[in-house]
Design a binder for this molecule. Structure first.
Ligand code: SDX
Length: 371
């Protein structure tokens, strides 16, 4: 039996091995490749291949992988129906609709119950392709537009933006989304990935594990922070209000969304990459967009100088997606469109060397009561 009790939130606990990702204070590495290198030189499709297949694709492999993703973009009518009906429900936010849609995708996937490595790789490709389409269709339904078919001439990121808006994105916008997808793709045993591994470790199926992971990602302490960060900035609203808002937040011990991290103590390697790209977008968009970045940078400065707490990737993500005109409730679904690759890589790794994940609890209740 175990004797040591883990600290609250399992902080510092090494929960198991992985060869997929190394989240370190010095660098973030996906299967040996450092994140700045990937953000500058790779595409999301290449990173998805790296994570799912296990190595950097050569040109032929990348072409074939890209073709598979494109061939799998359409989603079944049943899932479109679920999106249409769910979007009318007052309590269903986009992350919930996406979660349900992914669960329904499992019902119509002929390999849903097959956990072999070959079937799981095919399912991972299908999920990666189709989740982007679900997000696009969902936004069309919310906006009261006809749904927009995927465009095979566009990259994964470009097509995601196109399906959401009906407009072909500029190369710059498509690349900013592409880089954000690269940055979000994988982060070792974060809460949603750990959730997916716990589910997979019971020998349950990939769609079920991903459905659980989406639920875990939704929370504002995790992926939901990119939406919550932007909502917080909208609440602050003006540069003049930053100081009083922050002082009040410190006095009331309010958590500032998009700041802090369980692992990174010197800052999140991904944040500055996205911040730089987002600011470039803002500067091209004009004064109003730049104002949001100025406001965000002031919040960041006060947080860093007064609390020594740095932004995580969700802070620049919120700002960047906002100045690009993406609706706030889709920020965390877009995180899913990327992290699906990391989750599936972990589900496959878990299944290929499985042992049930079942820790013990430190029981602190009474034991001598009589019924
Ligand atoms: C993601 O794990 C991953 O890898 C996740 C992720 C991924 O790619 O998968 O990187 C993505 O989820 C990023 C995190 C997004 N969440 C947020 O931005 C929400 C705001 N952040 C915090 O709530 C917090 O920093 C967490 C949840 C991210 C981490 O929480 P911890 O490790 O449990 O730390 P804590 O809450 O116990 O804070 C420690 C101290 C406290 O002060 P003291 O009580 O010791 O004086 O730091 C303070 C906290 O009050 N603190 C904050 C803060 N974050 C930490 N204070 C104000 N605002 C914050 N955001």
């Amino acid at each position: 039996m175990a004797t040591a009790t883990a600290g609250a939130g399992l902080e510092g606990v090494v929960a198991g091995p992985t060869t997929i990702c190394n989240v370190g204070q010095g660098q973030l590495v996906y299967r040996g490749y450092e994140i700045h290198d990937l953000a500058e030189h790779a595409t999301f499709e290449g990173v998805a291949h790296l994570l799912l297949v296990g190595h950097k694709p050569d040109d032929e492999e990348l072409k074939a992988f890209d073709a598979q993703l494109k061939a799998e973009r359409e989603i079944p009518d049943l899932v479109i129906d679920v999106i249409r009906k769910s979007a009318k429900l007052p309590n269903a936010v986009p992350m919930d609709i996406l979660r349900t849609a992914v669960s329904v995708l499992g019902h119509v996937d002929p390999e849903c119950q097959d956990n072999s490595p070959e079937a799981e790789l095919r399912k991972a490709v299908r999920l990666t392709a189709k989740i982007a389409t679900i997000i696009g269709h969902m936004q069309n339904v919310i906006d009261g537009r006809e749904i927009i078919s995927p465009d095979p001439s566009l990259t994964h990121a470009g097509n995601l933006l196109y399906m959401m808006t009906g407009e072909k994105p500029t190369d710059q916008f498509a690349r900013v989304i592409d880089v954000s997808l690269i940055l979000y793709a994988e982060h070792d045993y974060n809460a949603s990935t750990f959730t997916s591994r716990v589910i997979a470790a019971t020998l349950s199926d990939m769609h079920g594990a991903v459905t659980g992971a989406i639920a875990a990602l939704k929370g504002p302490l995790h992926g939901g922070a990119n939406e919550a960060a932007m909502e917080m900035l909208q609440e602050i609203a003006t540069i003049d209000n930053v100081e009083p808002f922050m002082q009040n937040a410190f006095e009331t011990k309010r958590k500032l969304m998009g700041f802090g991290h369980r692992v990174y103590k010197n800052g999140d390697h991904r944040a500055s990459i996205l911040h730089t790209l987002g600011r470039q977008v803002a500067e091209q968009k004009g004064a109003e967009a730049v104002r949001w970045f100025d406001l965000g940078e002031k919040v960041q400065h006060i947080m860093e100088t007064q609390k020594n707490i740095k932004p995580n990737v969700d802070f620049p993500c919120g700002l960047t997606y906002f100045v690009m005109g993406i609706p706030v409730p889709q920020y965390t679904p877009i995180f899913v469109a990327s992290r699906i690759t990391g989750w599936c890589a972990h589900i496959m790794e878990q299944h290929q060397n499985n042992r049930l994940i079942r820790p013990v609890a430190d029981y602190q209740g009474p034991s001598d009561l009589k019924w």
